[in-house]
Design a protein. Structure first.
Ligand code: CA
Length: 230
């Protein structure tokens, strides 16, 4: 992925400089604006991957720029993090209602802010790239190696992840233990048939908490099958 472009709209030059420095050090490209109008022009011209938007701006307030961004056909999917000087819940509620994706109160630590930025970039990246496999209530992101069920993350070991990925891309087909071993472990690795059963059990246990264990079915005398049972 090329360097993400982050648009910073902040009137206080010391904070703007600190943000620019932090983001550039983290490998991001920064576009900086000192007011809402300038920010809007940059957003239109550059289509940033994310916007850091100060609430208190001279002239047009940050929240007006937020609503302008969120009602623009091309820019509305760009994630926006609002920055504010005080932890005012009214502001926060209003910000989220207007479509802000996250909210950070000053003073903030650059590291914490970076973590929030990265999380949002990842989320939107996955959504736009669509490198994921969906089956029933389960979604497997093959780039970030995450499984979510109804949006909740489910922790899986690497073997269970590969096993599930294979199943989810081969729905409704029955595979023998040997076939699964070849597919998931590779045919040069010598493991016992029973190894598969161990990993199937672990996988089912992880899915059980979310009521999806029945997606993985034992076919007597044959092996296993993945199928959406609801
Ligand atoms: Ca300000």
């Amino acid at each position: 992925m090329s360097a993400p472009i982050v648009l910073v709209v902040e009137d206080e030059s010391s904070i703007r400089d600190m943000l620019s420095f932090t983001l550039q050090t983290a490998g991001m490209t920064v576009q900086a604006a000192g007011n809402a109008e300038q920010g809007w022009q940059l957003a239109l011209n550059e289509t940033p991957d994310l916007v850091l938007l100060d609430w208190m701006l001279p002239g047009v307030p940050g929240v007006s720029l937020l609503s302008r961004l969120k009602s623009h056909e091309k820019l509305k999917q760009v994630p926006v993090i609002m920055l504010t000087a005080r932890a005012d819940e009214t502001d926060q509620v209003q910000g989220f209602e207007m479509g802000a994706d996250d909210y950070v109160t000053k003073p903030f630590s650059p590291r914490a802010l970076l973590a929030r930025i990265r999380a949002l970039l990842r989320r939107f990246d996955d959504a736009t790239l669509g490198e994921s496999v969906v089956a029933g209530r389960m979604r497997l992101d093959t780039t970030s190696h995450r499984l979510t069920i109804d949006g909740d993350e489910v922790k899986l070991g690497p073997k269970e992840f590969r096993l599930l990925q294979f199943f989810m891309t081969h729905i409704n087909r029955v595979f023998t233990r040997n076939q699964l071993l070849d597919e998931v472990w590779g045919d040069r690795v010598v493991v016992e048939d029973r190894t598969i059963d161990v990993h199937i059990r672990r996988l089912r246990r992880a899915l059980e908490e979310h009521g999806c264990e029945s997606y993985i079915q034992t076919i007597r005398g044959s092996g296993y099958r993945f199928s959406v049972t609801e």
